[in-house]
Design a protein around this ligand. Structure first.
Ligand code: ATP
Length: 494
């Protein structure tokens, strides 16, 4: 990784991964369209998450909630009252800036969790201005997009685009537990769009106004503090750790820590530790992200969200610094209790062992899909000077294409027909494409640039020996392989 985020956005556009939304009209800040290759990569990331979180576990099921729902949900969840960032407005031109980011950039301190009173004080003490303009008092700005449901447009029918996918799981939790006959502990996962009217969208896909989340709400018995699934393998797991203590002391010291050590210090519960370890494991083992490029960051007490008693982020080392790509929060009983209060419905489950109804506690691993997509691209990108082209070292299960089929020349009909026949049979089994334009070297380079793992070249000899050349993106090694064995070999390598 050597390129910055602006260069990455240009690369993504050039290769068909991501474009500005409606670019011909100048785009719209904070909105992006995924192109053909972006859709493939994003779908592969979703599938990886879905398999890891839902398909592979007997006690996790899925739901697909609506984007707009009864606004009472957002009153109960606390979003209507609390889901806000602080905004600084300049006195003359009324320019609006996100206050914590501005403070961080100007004063080089962490502004996570600062209150309005702290920001006003810092602005005054340091005579902070923007383009020579003074600021008004800092104000709260609610990040939810609002709309109207039905033909009238007045305060009686205001509704909101969801700012997180997970919230619609809580009102459904009892219904789903009952219809799926789930007992505690169990989880409900969901993938979908979320919307936040961010004050200043920036860093390409990192901070958008429309994005996608993959979230799991995992419900546990409130008195069950032991997680039997927190196996030794997980307890020994070591990672770079940025503690709340270090952050409170304004230090950027990152230490190596293990799950056992965090548990011994009482920083989190066993179930919370289990999901932190599971998600870290997914990053490293399934997605192939290098350990040195991720760290676990503990939220400081003053920055914790209104619903959380403890949160740990997984941060990725972007060119613009280590930044959150996922958050794993202990939401306790907050959401279910709030929905019980506001709906007057009992969101409890009957526990056979104690013969009592209980309100479960909740652990939430919340993954932003677009930030992960961006991290995966930075992780994979290499400007390979020796080869003279860019190589995307994507995990082959995530690559938009697993293989590509090249006839050596396009003006020999028998050769073209043979290559097309191979393409027809392979594309039903693997994501692949057909390319006839330019030299084979040029075609290899183009394939490397979009992360294709194997290139299959059909040459003059193929007409005689019924074999093709299989070239591996990672090593550039080539092997000659007969057509009878090709499919089996590709399955074996997958
Ligand atoms: P930040 O502090 O960076 O605004 P957050 O802590 O508010 O993020 P969460 O509410 O924990 O984020 O959301 C869970 C995940 O959703 C994040 O880890 C991130 O991957 C993703 N996400 C949140 N906001 C955005 C956004 N504006 N654009 C893209 N992804 C986002």
């Amino acid at each position: 990784m050597a390129l910055n985020v602006e260069e990455m956005s240009i690369f993504c556009k050039k290769k068909g991964f991501v474009f500005q939304s409606a670019e011909i009209y100048g785009g719209l800040s904070g909105f992006f369209d995924y192109g053909p290759l972006g859709v493939e990569l994003k779908n592969n990331l979703k599938q990886s998450w879905y398999k890891y979180i839902i398909t592979n576990r007997p006690n996790v099921v899925a739901q697909d909630g609506s984007i707009i729902t009864n606004p009472k949900v957002w009153k109960a969840s606390g979003h209507l009252d609390n889901f806000a960032d602080l905004v600084l407005t300049t006195k003359k031109t009324k320019t609006k800036i996100r206050a914590d980011h501005f403070i961080e950039e100007k004063l080089k301190i962490s502004a996570e969790g600062l209150k309005a009173i702290d920001i006003n004080k810092l602005v005054k003490e340091n005579n902070l201005t923007y383009n020579g303009e003074d600021f008004e008092e800092v104000k709260d700005f609610n990040l939810m997009f609002s709309t109207h449901v039905g033909p009238a447009a007045d305060s009686s029918n205001v509704a909101y685009l969801r700012p997180e996918t997970c919230q619609s799981i809580f009102p459904n939790f009892k219904l789903i537990a009952e219809v799926c006959r789930q007992k505690l502990p169990f989880g409900i996962g969901q993938i979908g769009k979320a919307f936040r009217n961010e004050i200043s969208p920036r860093d390409f896909l990192f901070r958008q106004r429309e994005f996608e989340q993959m979230e799991l709400e995992f419900f546990t018995h409130p008195e069950e503090t032991t997680c039997v699934d927190l196996v030794n393998k997980h307890k020994q797991l070591k990672f770079q750790f940025f503690s709340a203590k270090a952050q409170d002391a304004n230090s950027d010291a990152v230490e190596m820590a293990s799950i056992s050590e965090l548990l011994e210090k009482g920083l989190l519960s066993e179930w919370h530790a289990y999901w932190l370890a599971e998600m870290y494991f997914w990053y490293v083992e399934e997605l192939g992200i290098k350990k040195e490029n991720i760290r676990v960051r503990e939220h400081t007490k003053k920055e914790l969200s209104h619903y959380s008693s403890a949160t740990f982020d997984i941060d990725y080392k972007f060119p613009f610094g280590f930044k959150e790509v996922m958050g794993i929060a202990d939401r306790g009983q907050y959401d279910l209790q709030q929905h019980m209060k506001h709906s007057s419905q009992k969101l409890e489950l009957f526990d056979d062992a104690s013969g009592k109804s209980v309100v479960p506690r909740v652990i939430e691993p919340s993954q932003g899909l677009d930030r992960l997509f961006l991290a995966i691209l930075f992780e994979a990108y290499e400007d390979d000077k020796e080869r003279g082209n860019i190589v995307l070292h994507l995990n082959q299960k995530l690559s938009p294409y697993y293989c590509a089929i090249f006839p050596l020349v396009k003006n020999k009909p028998e050769l073209l027909a043979k290559a097309e026949e191979i393409y027809d049979s392979l594309r039903k089994k693997f994501p692949c494409y057909f390319d006839v334009s330019g030299s084979v070297g040029r075609r290899y380079a183009r394939a490397d640039e979009i992360g294709v793992r194997y290139c299959i070249t059909v040459d003059f000899e193929s007409l005689e020996d019924n074999a093709v050349t299989l070239r591996d993106r990672e090593t550039t090694d080539q092997e000659r392989i007969s057509l009878e064995k090709l499919q089996a070999r590709l399955f074996e390598l997958r």
